[in-house]
Design a protein around this ligand. Sequence first.
Ligand code: SF4
Ligand code: SF4
Length: 613
Amino acid sequence: MDVNIELNGQPVTLNGPLTLWDVLQKQRLTLHRPQEFAELAWINNPRCPLVNLLEVDGQVVPLAVRAELPVREGMKINTSSVQLDSVLKERLTHLRDRQQCAFIARLQEFTAAEAESNGMVDLEQRAQWDFLMRGSSPSVFHDPNACVRCKACVDTCNDTQQVGALSFDEEQGVLFDDAKCTRCGQCILSCPMGFRKMTDFVGGMMGCAPCPFSRPLGAMREVDDTGKVWNALKDPEKYVVVQFAPAVRATLGEEFGVELGELVTEKLYAALRRLGCRQVWDTNFSADLTIMEEGYELVDRLKNGGRLPQFTSCSPGWIRYCEIFYPDLIPHLSTAKSPQQMLGAVAKTFAAERLDVDPRKMFVLSIMPCTAKKMEAAREEMNSAYRYWLEKGTIQADEQFPDIDVVLTSREAAKLLKMAKIDLAGIAGEQPDPLLGQYTGAAPIFGRTGGVMEAALRTAYEVVAGKPLDTLEFEALGTMEGVKVATVPVNGIDVKVAVAHGLGNARKVCDSVRSGGEFASYHFIEFMGCEGGCIGGGGQIIPTTTLTRQARTRGVNRDDREHAIRKSHENPEVEQLYKDFLEKPLGHLSHHLLHTTYVDRSQQAASSTAATE
Ligand code: SF4
Ligand code: SF4
């Protein structure tokens, strides 16, 4: 039976019956694509309902839902038209400007409708909002126009974290106090607009999962730095190297359909190499290095009467919290930089020299479970490699560069891999590059609450007692209790240690130390800004729940137990780094590159509070 239709303005007679899909196939037609949008190349979904559009009898329709539509006599079908061009350009401009898919955004409106039915927001009024964006640079970003005013973020910040950086105004919605914000990102994890509900369900049917834009963006979200990394990878002048944190390997697979808690360490080495990174290193290496410096610092304080208890210093949200609310306790903070910053410093000095790479051209990408790490990398003192080379006279004063160039959260890293069409789940595993890639079992447990403490004890005990600990695991320190304690006898002294995770719990311990209470008599206290430690970090894959925290914890614990070497001071590459470059823990060069200072920020926070009152 013949069917007469109009195809792109031309009369065509086809032998039916036919579907729309049949017509496209038989006529070898391609769908219209405006040329000027780079984002098009990143959409990794052949059935994408956002851009695969047809015009049928004057109506723009997504091919994915109309492919099987029977073609009728007289039907007018266009694969290219002024209307299609205009709709596509509008959608792609939205994608380019907001890095957000309009299709996914529409699905999010189900969450908004739910909020309206719960009396939180009036959607008619919401449609009129035109507020400016807010946030705490360079980490957290709030889109008031996408907000449904549920106040979950405000409760998280004020009650759970006990920071008080967010407030609620009936007219304006959620307000930020930038001076108080620790950049922990826990507000992002609580925002329902970032949850996958309808997007997983409908997007799943449409094949959206591999698309970099398939994650719904919350009204609270991280500052998106994926574009900076994409550009650096394309820049022949830049030598991109990468590190990723202990907790990232236990989480990132979730975005690619890998079983919850399954580690993707080797797959990630391979994926990052495929992405174009010239050296694939591991923050686990510098976690071992951190233990050397922080563990020796503890031993030094114990032996020589330094300020105790010593506080851990690898969680930047916690550090900023201490600087804002407990500046009098700053002398308790270990001066050891975090593993992220240590790796940046030795990458652009020791490794740059070994690899004969100009440190000014080295671009260190850091993949972290944490939004506060973006802020940590941007701290003005975090440029010790620049100061090292300046002192050597090989660079000029106006050639400043940071130790870490860009920090991506786990969520952004997933987006970046999807932009490059890399399927993390399917890729064959590889090994890290030499120099800064090897790690011991002590390193992965940095990713969960109690892990830094356990790792430090393994090394500090052996340094002081001259023999290994009887047990390498302290189960009481690894639980999800908010504050945990243990006592470790070392050479006749009972060393008292504590662990607090989540800033609300940190407050309890800090108040006790400040007032000369129970914790003032402790020797070493681990603080983490987020519940569960980094596995529950504000940059982690959403959802981050009790279930996912537990599964990720099991993952990093397994990584520890499966290592033949489980003590940081036995890491062969760390030993080599001291032998060839740093000389010794707490030595002159270590002090210069691996230690830092802190700032009393209480006045800034107090004056911003006064200004808003
Ligand atoms: S990032 Fe943390 S401190 Fe800042 S507003 Fe969010 S929850 Fe509060
Ligand atoms: S930003 Fe998110 S969590 Fe905060 S009030 Fe708006 S919708 Fe709720």
